[in-house]
Design a protein around this ligand. Sequence first.
Ligand SMILES: C[S@@+](CC[C@H](N)C(=O)[O-])C[C@H]1O[C@@H](n2cnc3c(N)ncnc32)[C@H](O)[C@@H]1O
Length: 438
Amino acid sequence: MRLDGFQQWLKDTMGLDASTIGPTLVERAVQRRMTACGRAGLVDYWQLLRDSALEQQELIEAVVVPETWFFRDAQAFATLARHFDPLWAVTHPGERLRLLSLPCSSGEEPYTMVMSLFEAGFPIERLDIDAIDISEQALAKARRGLYGNNSFRGGDLGFRDRHFQAEAGGWQLPASIRARVNFIQGNVLDLGFLPGEARYDAIFCRNLLIYFDEPTQVRTVEILARLLKPEGLLYVGPSEASLLLSRGMTSAQFPMAFAFRKAAPASNPNAGMASGANKYVADKRVASEPTRRAATPLAFTPASPPRASSPSRPKPAPPTLTSTSAKPAPAAATQSSLLDTAQSLADGGRFVEAAAACEAYLQAQGPSVRALYLSGLIHGAMGRDAQAEDHLRKALYLDPCHEEALMHLALLLETRGDAAAGRVLRLRAQRCRTATSR
Ligand SMILES: C[S@@+](CC[C@H](N)C(=O)[O-])C[C@H]1O[C@@H](n2cnc3c(N)ncnc32)[C@H](O)[C@@H]1O
């Protein structure tokens, strides 16, 4: 019995492609479990594994990567809460909002969904979130709702004071938030996984596909597409976006949120034959049309019904940049608030003003990874591929392992037909990931 047999078992059972986390991590996990069970060699341990469902779960627990935190890739949650705002509840009387977090790990992601919707004024008693993960250990932590410092990352931790109670062992979420989430142990690759059809208004499947090989990714995306309502939103992780485009999904045009929709059925029969890359380009052009930008930012695909903005939704009014030309920063605003302004303008679909704010920031401050990356995304959303590429490359010059910049640039080059260059960047991202996880 060789180690490959265990790697193959993990791939067949849970989809894990050992090369994504490094074969040595699998080797170490097997060694650890062998020792814990008092088995002398691989053959002996293999027999145990084959016969014991309990040990199978233990080995799975030993290889999963439960890394997660509250408000990870915060724009995903901001756009979710803007899309399903209080007006949605009014215009969908008697309906409940159904969301899926898969994989949910230790619960930070689904709980962030609840907090985001609650803070945006959504009536959370009409919210149901299914949260699924293969790891029993992660789910036990999720159900408990008690979190340590590692779950709180980034600068803005105001949500922690607003929602959590400090306790001896960490920060405790109240029952009112926990009750909105239904945690379920499950393996997305099980044949009977969530039978039935489109039931979810939005699905978060972030940072799972990166651990799968391509056939397993394709299979998983098909399952997700089956579970998503026709108008639903599918969120993935920054490194997973290009896969969705190649599987017939279309970008939802939410900068830095990595959200997708099912592509609308094409009226022209030939249009249905377009590659995912072409769809992406077409989608970006729609977003760059002035009339569409002037509309409410959430009406980003032809299939979306027009949405009025909600009168009751508490929404911070972003400062308006009236000119599209680059300007020095307003005296009152700090430089970093200018970048925050650029971000909110971009989130609101006001790409021209957002690009101008980034440019003003760069002129005042000189090169900055965040500004260059944001500017790259904004130009990309406007269909200005050359400028997008230029800014993303500059961001990578300053930070060669900036994963999101690597992935966006890869996507941009691939949609332009340069698959080889895209692949080089993806491999670089993978190397960077491996280096930081050591
Ligand atoms: C990196 S976490 C992602 C958590 C969260 N979605 C996020 O982005 O922060 C990956 C999770 O995938 C889970 N997982 C791995 N394979 C799975 C499978 N086949 N079915 C369901 N969950 C799986 C692991 O247990 C782990 O908790």
